[in-house]
Write a protein that binds this ligand. Structure first.
Ligand code: AR6
Length: 185
């Protein structure tokens, strides 16, 4: 069974097999988590992203999808890049489904890689404007649902949410309590 845990901290410092990057479709870097990952991970990640753009991702990575590269100089082995949806209240349902897809697809890629531990940021909860409580509900709800499925690859021991700042951490903690999804063994 996959444990779902929460920590307050910086995702680039996590000792896990894979870290998830809140990227954009270009795969060529940006601010927030994306900027921090490329800065600390070094040029190797960007090189691999460029290769992906030159091959099967010529038009970029679509919102809700995920793809892995090396983690360069980060303590992790892989970076799983996913593209969250920009928050738009008029299209909430459709976009919530795309955000859930980010977590589902990232978990699928993590299992494919044979990762035992994976760290997630709060995808879409920064520059892309998602209200933190809604982002937390989709994040925790989706990871709990996917990992509880008896058909889910059994190798993943921990899905860790790494929340930047006390406020976001506390929102995730409250939502986790509400859903009963964190601290689960
Ligand atoms: N570790 C963990 N969480 C972090 C870190 C960090 N080092 N830095 C920021 N956060 P964002 P998005 C939090 O904006 O909303 C980029 O330019 C942050 O406080 O990184 O999906 C991409 O290239 C927030 O809670 O991602 C895209 O263009 C959460 O991580 C766009 O931003 C996500 O914030 C993606 O926007």
């Amino acid at each position: 069974m996959t444990r779902i845990t929460l920590v307050e901290g910086d995702i680039t410092e996590q000792q896990v097999d894979a870290v998830v990057n809140a990227a954009n479709s270009s795969l060529l870097g940006g601010g927030g988590v994306d900027g921090a990952i490329h800065r600390k991970g070094g040029p190797q990640i960007l090189e691999e992203c460029r290769r992906l753009r030159a091959s099967q991702y010529g038009r970029g990575l679509r919102t809700g999808q995920a793809v892995a590269t090396t983690a360069g100089d980060l303590p992790a082995r892989w970076v799983i890049h996913t593209v969250g949806p920009v928050y738009l209240v008029e299209e909430y349902g459709e976009r919530a489904e795309l955000l859930a897809s980010c977590y589902r697809e990232s978990l699928r890629v993590a299992v494919e890689l044979g990762a035992r531990t994976v760290a997630f940021p709060a995808v879409s909860a920064g520059v892309y404007g998602w209200p933190p409580a809604g982002a937390a509900r989709i994040a925790l709800g989706t990871v709990a649902e996917v990992t509880a499925d008896p058909g889910f690859g059994g190798g993943l021991e921990e899905a860790r949410f790494v929340l930047f700042g006390r406020e976001t951490y506390e929102v995730f903690e409250d939502v986790g309590r509400e859903l009963g999804s964190t601290g689960r063994e």
